[in-house]
Design a protein around this ligand. Structure first.
Ligand SMILES: Nc1ncnc2c1ncn2[C@@H]1O[C@H](COP(=O)(O)OP(=O)(O)OP(=O)(O)O)[C@@H](O)[C@H]1O
Ligand SMILES: [Mg+2]
Length: 328
């Protein structure tokens, strides 16, 4: 664990440790850092770590989410405004850059910056000065820039959705935080960390089987999703978190087992003719393939190794069975 005052990056993954090592080397350098990673991987945790590790640590750290704000409001938040510069501007207001003076600023979801604002942002970064909206005075700002993005900004530059000059300016040190499914050995470590936080009074642990299920899950919401699962399970669990404390979505059920479960009533209904049982199974298989292919019939047919025309024929004829458990 890399612990810094209250900022802890919990990891034992080689790639993550290398990233932390890089950060430790550049923290004091004032260079801009671009954090890229899926939702919930820990971009903000890394940003906190960088700021607090740097010699700007005791100074302000201002965070602003660029996705959450409409363009006009965004600019007044970033750069501040003068009294009377627009309707409702009945007082002067400092912008985030001024508030972050001598410290750091986190521009979260930088990829969502409108092109018009990108030009103004670049000017501030190049000149180290801001001008309030409706103002003329240049206000010097000394700010360390940290940006975070869920998407590849490089691709946006290619499609002219992000200015190349701004990209060069923010992308001095790039840190790509790997998704949780690519560093599974962090899962038990993070679970231990969250259990200490959420299951402290109950002295909770986790059963081996429950852990196995969580290790097999693909974690699209990454560490945030894991934290939420453990927080929720901790409310109900008594000694250890067991499989029964986990929501069904997290259980790694064998596909055959899932199919049998879904068609349980067909199998146990002894009066059901063989043909109908087979029809029911076939329907489930076709529908599952369709669901996994997001409704694309050609893809579903390919998955099943079937001609598209056969797939279409079969799905048209498919007699629906009533599954007792949803297929996914
Ligand atoms: N390595 C880690 N150690 C401890 N806690 C972590 C770690 N990574 C993430 N977390 C926790 O997971 C949650 C999500 O992390 P964070 O907000 O930093 O993600 P993010 O990448 O900024 O997500 P988003 O793109 O949705 O804003 C937070 O509660 C954070 O404390
Ligand atoms: Mg974030």
């Amino acid at each position: 664990m890399n612990k810094l005052r209250s900022v802890a990056i919990i990891t034992q993954d080689e790639q993550m440790l290398r990233l932390i090592d890089r950060i430790n080397k550049i923290a004091d350098s004032d260079s801009s850092v671009l954090l890229i990673g899926e939702t919930g991987v820990g971009k903000e945790v890394f940003a906190d770590y960088i700021h607090h590790l740097s010699n700007r640590g005791p100074n302000p750290f201002v965070k602003i989410g660029l996705a959450a704000l409409p363009p006009e409001l965004l600019e007044s938040e970033l750069f501040g405004f003068e009294k009377g510069s627009f309707t409702n501007a009945d007082h002067q207001k400092k912008g985030m850059f001024e508030l972050a003076h001598t410290g750091s600023i986190l521009l979260d979801d930088i990829d969502d910056t409108p092109l018009k604002t990108q030009v103004k942002l670049l000017r501030v970064l190049e000149t180290n000065e801001v001008r309030h909206i409706g103002g003329t005075q240049a206000i010097p700002v000394d700010v360390r820039l940290i940006c975070a993005s869920k998407v590849e900004i490089k691709d946006m530059v290619e499609h002219k959705l992000f200015r190349q000059d701004l990209y060069y300016r923010i992308n001095i040190v790039q840190i790509r935080i790997p998704p949780l499914r690519e560093r599974k050995e962090d899962i038990p470590l993070l679970i231990g960390h969250f259990l200490k936080r959420f299951g402290k009074e109950k002295k909770l642990g986790i059963s081996k089987t429950a852990l196995d299920h969580l290790m097999g899950y693909h974690w699209p919401g990454n560490v945030r999703e894991l934290r939420n699962v453990i927080q929720r399970a901790s409310l109900f669990a008594e000694n250890d978190i067991k499989v029964s404390d986990l929501p069904d979505d997290y259980l790694q059920i064998d596909p055959i087992e899932r199919l049998m479960k879904a068609c349980h009533s067909c199998f146990t209904n002894s009066g059901m003719p063989f043909h109908s049982v087979m029809q029911c199974l076939e329907t489930r298989l076709l529908k599952e393939a369709l669901e996994h292919s997001k409704g694309n019939q050609s893809e579903a047919a390919r998955r099943l190794g079937m001609k598209l025309s056969t797939f279409r024929d079969k799905i048209k004829k498919a007699d629906d069975c009533q599954p007792e458990t949803p297929m996914t």
